[in-house]
Design a binder for this molecule. Structure first.
Ligand code: P6P
Length: 355
């Protein structure tokens, strides 16, 4: 049980009783086979950008960072000022850190090649959604940052790196997100489980508050935008009908929660159990979520936490990417719920009660 969920508050004197993010990575080095100095420094660089982004978000009404930039990004979405700030801070932190040789961002039409420092022991490619759910920023609702890390073979030139980096999500070496909610949390995995850190603004450090996170098998919440219901295939409507039925034994019924920020819905479902769905719709026939920097990193995390992620027919992490900004339908969360969704979508009956 995480310290936070046990309800125990942490007297300030005990702040030193739990590791910071950087201490965690260094002291558990044996669990991070790729945790060369370069990898630890790369995670530090992402966490530094997260703190700066958090600083801007927490003062959004005070600093002139609300509203739109007046530009449209490569996704044909109106860009928010905080989108631009988050993207800029992540690029700056990774460039300054010198560990990364390729960046792919939701906000950038093309990848950004970088010349890693000569001292860099590894070649990393980082893909990120700098501010997921940014339409929420002007209404003080929660948002997030999502990142995905691949290693690149020695000797690859930055200009050739994208072709080398566009690999299935199963080849990620790390992935994570930052949830800017009632507190700011940094949640990541390097393939040995999922750990959550909460930012203590008083000392400017992410502290380990949610060790070894596992997604509950039985989901309490489902997330989907039911305004698109008319676009859903009949099999999905049948699944939703099945999902919402009363439990014959307890009379309980799953509850709907849809925040408008994938990171926030995902994070809640990771802690309480549940399923997030963004299927193909009329406006997004390929699905809305982007494979390389939204679906893949979260699929990596959910599988590390015992959950499942699918496009309804294929495991997300098995999809062979064709393009940086390609989209995918997404069903992600507690394994029994995702398996039931797949069974309906594939015309198979769902076994038993998945809830
Ligand atoms: P809709 C944010 O733009 C996002 O990519 C996800 O974070 C969020 O769950 C979804 O889109 C919301 O999209 O079409 O329901 O408004």
């Amino acid at each position: 049980m995480s310290r936070a969920s046990s309800g125990s508050s942490m007297p300030s004197a005990d702040l030193n009783s739990v590791p910071t993010l950087e201490q965690f990575i260094i002291t558990r080095r044996e669990q991070f086979p790729q945790a060369t100095g370069s990898f630890s420094r790369l995670l530090r660089d992402v966490s530094v950008a997260a703190k700066i982004i958090n600083h801007n978000i927490r003062r959004a009404g005070i600093l002139d960072v609300l509203g739109e930039t007046g530009t449209v990004n490569v996704q044909d979405e109106r860009q928010k000022k905080l989108d631009e700030i988050a993207d800029r801070e992540l690029v700056r932190a990774l460039r300054r850190g010198g560990e990364c040789c390729l960046i792919g961002s939701e906000e950038q039409p093309e990848t950004i090649p970088m010349s890693p420092d000569a001292k860099a022991q590894e070649r990393f490619a980082v893909f990120f959604d700098p501010l997921d759910g940014s339409t929420n920023t002007d209404v003080n609702a929660s948002v997030g940052t999502i990142f995905s890390i691949y290693t690149l073979p020695e000797g690859v030139q930055p200009d050739d790196a994208l072709g080398v980096a566009l690999r299935p999500g199963s080849e990620q070496v790390a992935a994570g997100y930052v949830a800017y909610g009632s507190s700011t949390m940094f949640v990541f995995s390097t393939g040995n489980g999922v750990n959550g850190f909460t930012l203590d603004p008083g000392i400017g450090e992410f502290l380990l508050t949610h060790p070894d996170l596992r997604i509950p098998e039985h989901g309490a919440r489902y997330s989907i935008n039911e305004a698109d219901r008319e676009d859903f295939v009949p099999e999905l409507r049948d699944f939703l009908g099945w999902l919402k039925r009363k439990d014959p034994e307890t009379g309980a019924r799953i509850r709907s929660r849809y925040i408008g920020s994938f990171v926030s819905d995902f994070h809640r479902n990771l802690l309480t159990g549940g399923i997030y769905m963004y299927p193909a719709t009329a406006d997004h026939p390929e699905g809305k979520l982007r494979l390389m920097y939204e679906a893949n990193p979260m699929a990596y995390l959910v599988e590390q936490a015992g959950g499942r992620a699918s496009d309804g027919h294929r495991r997300i992490l098995d999809i062979d990417p064709d393009a940086l900004h390609q989209r995918t339908p997404l069903f992600i969360g507690s394994a029994p719920l995702v398996e039931a969704a797949e069974a309906f979508l594939q015309g198979r009956e769902a076994e038993g009660t998945a809830r």
